[in-house]
Design a protein around this ligand. Structure first.
Ligand SMILES: *Cc1c(COP(=O)(O)O)cnc(C)c1O
Length: 241
């Protein structure tokens, strides 16, 4: 990655064009409209100056996975690009004691995986001015609690809880594909969970699935939101999550 802003802009523009082409092709192959799939740029570990260049290129949906990093970055981007209509998304594991901090910068939290976390976010959202927080409930597709996500069997109760919270707006589901397994089968299960969810919550239309390595498979299985880090911004190195 170059430190020259002009070169970095070109680098990001090329990477964005390549990702857009992958998304276009995947949508066409699935017989879906490109407008059905949001592209989130996952800017974790990259500086606010990169986020600013992405907004210049028209990418206004940005995502982070750690509150400590995201809050200051969102503030800095607001200084760098005061007019940009950016939406920030929290996609990482979240402690309840961070709820107050997260609702200061996040318009949408995609990683709500427990009743207690939903309650903490609801309280924090109601305590501050502004719109309710958009929420995706995170489903576990591998039953590994250390990777986050709510077991599929408990998802309906969690979704009901979020939908009834005044400070939250249930928008759908999110998941990360299991490590070392066929992502397609996991995305297929997620899609079925989404269909079930919409029987009781027709407004919960979002299915957030697919990252740099598996966005084609996710779009094939109905993803409405791909979260792309590496393919847009480059590698994060070994020490980074
Ligand atoms: C880092 C991250 C991504 C992006 O992953 P890449 O493989 O770099 O595209 C997507 N979703 C979540 C939850 C992440 O933490």
């Amino acid at each position: 990655m170059t430190s020259d802003p002009e070169e970095r802009r070109d680098e990001l523009a090329k990477a964005l064009a390549a990702v857009e082409e992958r998304v276009d092709r995947a949508c066409a192959a699935a017989g879906r409209s490109r407008s059905e799939v949001r592209l989130l740029a996952v800017t974790k570990t990259f500086p606010a100056t990169d986020a600013a260049l992405l907004t210049d290129l028209g990418v206004l949906d940005l995502a982070e996975n750690r509150d400590q990093e995201a809050g200051p970055k969102a503030d800095e981007l607001a200084r760098l690009r005061p007019g940009a209509k950016v939406r920030w998304h929290m996609v990482g594991r979240l402690q309840r004691n961070k709820a107050r901090s997260v609702v200061r910068w996040a318009d949408e939290v995609q990683s709500v995986d427990s009743l207690r976390l939903a309650d903490a976010l609801d309280r924090a959202a109601r305590a501050r001015d502004g719109e309710p927080v958009d929420v995706l409930v995170q489903a576990s597709l591998d039953d590994d609690p250390s990777r986050g996500g709510c077991p599929l069997a408990e998802l309906p109760a969690l979704a009901d809880h979020v939908a009834s919270a005044e400070g939250l707006r249930l928008r759908g589901l999110m998941a990360v594909a299991p490590l070392g397994a066929d992502p397609g089968a996991a995305f297929e299960r997620l899609a079925r969970s989404g269909e079930e969810l919409r029987r009781n919550h027709p407004e919960a239309t979002e299915v957030s699935a697919g990252m740099s390595a598996d966005l084609e498979s996710a779009i094939h299985h109905g993803s409405t939101c791909v979260r792309v880090g590496t393919a847009l911004l480059g590698g994060r190195g070994l020490a980074s999550p």
